[in-house]
Design a protein around this ligand. Sequence first.
Ligand code: PLP
Ligand code: SF4
Length: 434
Amino acid sequence: MNFHTYTLHNFRDITQMQKVSEEIKFNIEVVGHVLPFKTNNYVIDNLIDWDNYENEPIYNLNFPRKGMLKPEHFNTIAKLLKSGAKKTEIKTAANEIRLTLNPQPDGQLEHNVPELNGVKLTGIQHKYRETMLFFPTQGQTCHAYCTFCFRWPQFVGMGELKFAMKQSDLMIEYLKQHPDITDILFTGGDPLVMKTKVLESYINPLLEADLPNLKTIRIGTKALAFCPQRFLTNPDGDDLLRLFEKVNNSKKILAIMAHFSHPKELETDDVQKAIKKIRDSGAQIRSQSPVLRNINADAEIWKKMWRKQVDLGIIPYYMFIARDTGAQHYFGIPLVKAWEIFKDAYSQVSGICRTVRGPSMSTDPGKIVISGISYLKDTKLIALKFIQGRNPGWIGRPFFAEYNDKAIWLGDLKPAFGKKEFFYEQEFKELFEH
Ligand SMILES: *Cc1c(COP(=O)(O)O)cnc(C)c1O
Ligand code: SF4
């Protein structure tokens, strides 16, 4: 199968688009001018039920919908398009809207980019003691774009907001200076859009440097769901699997952090073949996804997905909450609802599936799990817990917020018992006082 991608410029060529009304195509155009849009023929032909596209989770995962923009923003762009406005005029309006959508949430730019001997390493994020994120320059795009993605500014050419980095020497030097780091996570975009040769040019030096602290090389990718042929028929698919083998033979672990948002993505022959090949290379596969309205906000879906993953040899890892950026108003669900979905699904699977943690918010201070709803005497509370923190000392300690069934993010929550701040807030502020 040849691989084709479709974007704003050619999506009308997709054969199945004949089933979609003109009005909805126009909506795609309006929203696609602000938020990035890309899909491909594997997704279109194998994952979407076009007779039911209005309620189709994978359609919603790739194709922009009207509700993803606030009405005033939608109308601004719609008017410009209808009046035949100049490209530059539309672009200016789109950029203004983008800046209102919290393009870099949770301190990613100000708080996570480290320095080495006084130089900012813009392609690295080091937030949690043991795990460093690396953004290889050539991996800052994806095989298709998820509509909910919090990395969306990287795909729309907002240059100054982009992370990426070429040199692996700096990365290795940084790893040497930080012996607490055990894991490096290649991320993007999707690092597996890179040719195997390019990926090798980063991974081989890491293996040659023989760093005793480095134990796990993780690759965060949606390629299994959106382009399983990357591991199969692609000209360098076999080389990729050999590279995984090489890592695993060098006494390090290669872990694929696979993004799966719906059990449908696990059902094709191609994805199942690719999973088998990756496992045969000795690599681990772990899975993660946010819980998203209009896509997977249903316990049945998660139960089915975790069971299917475990059947295929994948280890369920994280359930996230949709982040406070982009179209969060469209995809976000109340924290209480997310917890109910998690609890209902988690309680119906065997212990083998219960490696999953969540539902978790990736906030500036750390990853915060909603542990549950609880009562103290007659007061209804939301119980929370860090599972990752800028200060490792925060991890594991239960804390409480006032019950709020509308809250969709940490900022909507108030500390319980009339307290002014959550227990970590003073220390969090002090971390960034210079
Ligand atoms: C989730 C995350 C990690 C990885 O954390 P683990 O608990 O090791 O999986 C690392 N850095 C950032 C910024 C993250 O959000
Ligand atoms: S694959 Fe990951 S990085 Fe790429 S669009 Fe989807 S969520 Fe974003």
